[in-house]
Ligand binder design. Structure first.
Ligand code: AMP
Ligand code: MG
Ligand code: MG
Length: 337
């Protein structure tokens, strides 16, 4: 490689380190037990201290190094001085060593938009926290050894939590980083928690083993906490062999690329551009597709509407099959932008 790395490669390399730092913040706040939960539009739309600190860390770190890039974060936060220890200056050396796909080698900061979801799956994060807290109380000596732990299964929800940093150019999601802060939590003490996945169009995606659902089995993944009749009707119309209800848009794309699900079907408004930008880029980098329920692409320009009003349909393969199964009632209710 000659000369210094392209701007976009430096950005992805920074986003990788910044997402890891955010993952550390997300773990720290969970362990503190002080989540500082705020309801935004309602009980299923939450913000915690971890969402606030992680977004501050991501946005301040990236804008310090790339001052001309437009950065849009999910959380509405007052603009205030950011604590110095939230700033991450590291970069992934491995990403810096990679050649930039020629079509992106000349991108300027001004042309790039970054979409940030500091925690995707906040609802599940708060539920897992309650479960952990319950266990801590149950294990206190005065409670005795026979205290039941009915919520312990809720710990699986930790896998639903991700940090998403999506990079867009020309209205398209071209690169993305996903940090999964609690990956490996099942292995217990002494294991390094968390992993970071990244991908870029023209380069591929890294940090996981690409796998497909075997044969023509249809496994549909969908929301567990934002369902309604339209959502369930649409899932049924796909004639799935199995339905996997998990939280988070990032986590559902992980299900697709790791061979746990064949389609992510969400026939409802609710997901926003920061939920889909990074996951879409990683999915597209390995040949998959994310669209609205009509099969139309979303755009990620700085001035677009944040809400993905026409739902989310994502697949690793056979996108056309799933688009063709979407019921008329859904197509009529959810109009493309
Ligand atoms: P889910 O699949 O329900 O975990 O949703 C994926 C992402 O979209 C999460 O970041 C949710 O917060 C967001 N989302 C989906 N539906 C809604 C809704 N009705 N209200 C608020 N956020 C939503
Ligand atoms: Mg989200
Ligand atoms: Mg979020």
């Amino acid at each position: 490689m000659s000369g210094s790395p392209a701007v976009v490669m430096r950005l992805v390399a920074s986003a990788y380190a910044v997402a890891e730092k955010a993952g550390t913040i997300v773990r720290k706040v969970l362990h503190s037990g002080e989540l500082g939960i705020v309801e935004k539009t309602g009980a299923n739309d939450l913000q915690t201290l971890a969402d606030r600190l992680a977004q501050q860390s991501i946005c301040a770190s990236l804008s310090k190094r790339f001052p001309k890039i437009t950065i849009i974060g999910e959380e509405d936060l007052p603009s205030e001085e950011i604590q110095e220890d939230l700033i991450e200056t590291g970069q992934s050396e491995e990403i810096l060593q990679r050649s930039c796909p020629p079509e992106y080698s000349q991108l300027k900061e001004e042309e790039i938009v970054v979409w940030v979801d500091p925690i995707d799956g906040t609802k599940e994060y708060t539920e897992a926290s309650r479960c952990l807290h319950f266990q801590a109380v149950a294990q206190a000596p005065h409670k005795g050894l026979d205290t039941p732990q009915p919520h312990s299964t809720a710990l699986w929800l930790l896998d639903n939590v991700t940090v998403l940093i999506g990079i867009a150019y020309g209205g398209r999601a071209i690169a993305g980083v996903i940090n999964q802060p609690f990956y490996n939590y099942k292995l217990g003490a002494g294991t390094q928690l968390g992993r970071t996945m990244w991908g870029m169009l023209g380069l591929g995606a890294f940090g996981f083993q690409l796998q497909e659902v075997p044969g023509d089995r249809r496994i549909v993944t969908t929301t567990r906490s934002h369902s309604n009749k339209l959502v369930t009707d649409c899932v049924d119309s796909m004639e799935p062999h199995e339905v996997v209800r998990v939280g988070g848009a990032g986590n559902k794309i992980i299900q697709l690329v790791e061979g746990k699900a064949s389609a992510y079907v969400f026939a409802s408004p609710g997901c926003k551009k920061w939920d889909t930008c990074a996951p879409e880029a990683i999915l597209h980098a390995v040949g998959g597709k994310l669209t609205d329920m009509h099969g139309n692409a979303y755009r990620y320009d700085a001035n677009v509407k944040h809400m993905n009003s026409a739902g989310v349909l994502a697949t690793l393969r056979n996108h056309e099959y799933y688009v063709s199964r979407v019921p008329q009632s859904v197509l009529q209710a959810l109009k493309s932008d």
